[in-house]
Design a protein around this ligand. Structure first.
Ligand code: G4P
Length: 516
């Protein structure tokens, strides 16, 4: 097969959801389609309980588990599927966001009993920012949930994306009978025990079944007042196809996945500093979106996750890291087959490979087999939400403290800010785990004990121009500089942000989610 054909068959996606919506259950069902059998519960370290803050081995264990499953690849029909895991729960970190820069489409799972939840909103924003196709799966139809029309309205209002139901549920909970597959014109009856029965719509006997009759009334309403299906708008991420089903009961999953795989995006051209690079270009290129440090404490190895953006990778090929202009031979590479890490000999744009990293790579690095100096523009800075002041306990260790912060910040483990009024060091993160890992690594790798002062959750906004009057800022609207010396303000809450905006209409504030 040509590079172009290989690339067009790639489907690289992530599943986003709020904890407990059913991501693990769905992933396990999809792996079954790939004939990859796993013991239940191996997709992630499930509900292993909270770990003690300083217990690195536990963090390691948790991360170790999520690493082997962080990319799951398998052939399905004519396609080659790569599922990237987006760490959630207490694992939520900037890596979760960064992973979303490496995928071409996203499946958003919503719990029908809960509707759109906070973590889904955060992840959705990142996908929206990238303009990638978003497919919605409304899960747990076997339970009594919210009204389907209400769920659609919630998706449209809260997330601000238009929706097109590809199927429609007939009843729910105990009265759940199945789904009308609008797209394929068939009724899929729910029989339980992972079984379903398909009847073409024209052969369906509606009379005498009031539930089905009322569903047809709803469908008529959708046909008249709802959005039209448009593949083009799905591709741009303006319209989300919505599917209903139950991951646990394995109901509606096959129809969903077959339709998803058909409409999901193959790898697209990606932006570099000098324009777009097409995925089927002959030259192998890619960028590092995540570095997993200390995967094995005995070896202190690191693995850099590379998203291939163009061309074909073959093991042992010579490539160049454009940031340092260093050339190297890619011999120690791994692919993440769903059950284990295996050496990879060949891979194509859309695939993810793991590079053994002797402390050489940084997040965002571009690698190329070509002569040109390209640099992918894939990794924006994500706005942190939690902030803490940090200081070294023993001032004699200030030097190591500085060095540790510098390296961990560069690695992308955490974000660094300086308070403008007193030069205090402030760390920003999107997830709690980032602080814990930071504290542990400062101790383990730099032998430095640190002390945190909580600043709580804050809303950061960057200033378009340096501030003219420092008196505008106080502890509720803390003026800081980021590591690139850009000014930002950490607002205590929505109220202080709005108040500030009202009072200072001439100060332009930038929300990174919108600016990227
Ligand atoms: P997550 O990865 O998004 O956090 O969710 P996960 O798949 O772990 O699912 C969370 C809980 O919801 C699990 O139950 C799971 O069995 C259940 N679940 C998932 N899909 C469905 C569905 O379609 N219908 C129903 N009724 N439940 C579903 P748990 O009791 O928390 O965990 P477990 O002990 O059963 O694994």
């Amino acid at each position: 097969m040509s590079v172009k054909e290989q690339v067009n068959n790639r489907r690289t996606f992530a599943i986003i959801s709020h904890p407990d919506a059913g991501k693990t259950t769905m992933t396990e069902k999809l792996l079954l389609f790939g004939n990859i059998i796993r013991e239940a519960g191996t997709v992630k370290g499930k509900k292993s309980g909270k770990f003690a803050t300083s217990d690195w081995m536990e963090i390691e264990k948790k991360r170790g588990i999520s690493v082997t499953s962080s990319v799951m690849s398998f052939p399905y029909k004519d396609y080659y599927v790569n599922i990237l895991d987006t760490p959630g729960h207490e694992d939520f970190s900037e890596d979760t966001y960064r992973t979303l820069t490496a995928v071409d489409s996203v499946v958003m799972i919503i719990d029908s009993t809960k509707g759109v939840e906070p973590q889904t909103i955060k992840l959705f924003k990142v996908c929206r920012m990238r303009g990638i196709p978003i497919f919605t799966f409304i899960n747990k139809l076997d339970r009594e949930g919210k009204d389907p029309l209400e769920l659609l309205a919630e998706i449209e209002d809260v997330l601000g994306i238009e929706s097109y139901p590809m199927n429609w549920p007939v009843g729910m909970g105990k009265r759940f009978e199945g789904i009308i597959d609008r797209f394929n014109n068939q009724f899929v009856r729910f029989l339980g025990d992972e079984k379903e029965e398909i009847t073409p719509l024209e052969q369906l006997d509606k009379a005498g079944n009031p539930t089905i009759e009322s569903v047809f009334d709803e469908l008529e309403l959708l046909d008249e007042a709802g959005n039209e299906f448009s593949e083009e708008r799905v591709m741009k991420g303006e319209l989300t196809p919505v599917f209903f089903g139950s991951a646990l009961a394995n109901f509606g999953i096959r129809t969903f996945f077959d339709t998803f795989i058909r409409f999901a995006s193959p790898p697209k051209p990606r932006k570099t500093d000098d324009g777009l690079v097409s995925p089927d270009s002959e030259t192998f290129t890619g960028y590092i979106f995540k570095i997993q440090a200390n995967m094995n404490p005995a070896h202190r190895d690191r693995i850099a996750f590379l998203r291939i953006c163009s061309g074909k990778f073959t093991r042992g090929m010579n490539v160049r890291l454009t940031r340092t202009n260093k050339t190297m031979n890619l011999n120690q590479t791994q692919q993440f087959l769903a059950s284990s890490r295996e050496t990879v000999d060949e891979a194509y744009a859309g695939d993810i490979i793991g590079l053994y990293d002797p402390n050489m790579y940084q997040i965002g690095d571009t690698i190329t087999a070509g002569k040109e100096d390209i640099h992918y523009r894939e990794l924006p800075q994500f706005p942190p939400e939690m902030f803490r002041k940090v200081r070294v306990k023993n001032v004699m260790k200030s030097k190591q403290f500085k060095k540790g912060i510098e390296q961990l910040v560069q690695e992308g483990a955490i974000q660094l800010f300086k308070q403008e009024s007193n030069d205090d060091t402030i760390l920003g993160a999107v997830g709690q785990l980032q602080f814990e890992v930071f504290e542990y690594r400062m101790k383990a790798e730099y032998n430095v004990d640190i002390e945190f002062t909580h600043l709580g959750d804050r809303i950061p906004r960057w200033l378009a121009e340096p501030p003219k009057d420092l008196r505008l800022f106080d502890s509720r609207s803390l003026l800081v500089k980021d590591r690139y010396d850009r000014y930002a303000v950490l607002f205590e809450n929505d109220f202080t942000l709005r108040y500030f905006k009202d009072k200072n209409k001439d100060v332009e504030l930038i929300d990174l989610f919108e600016a990227n």
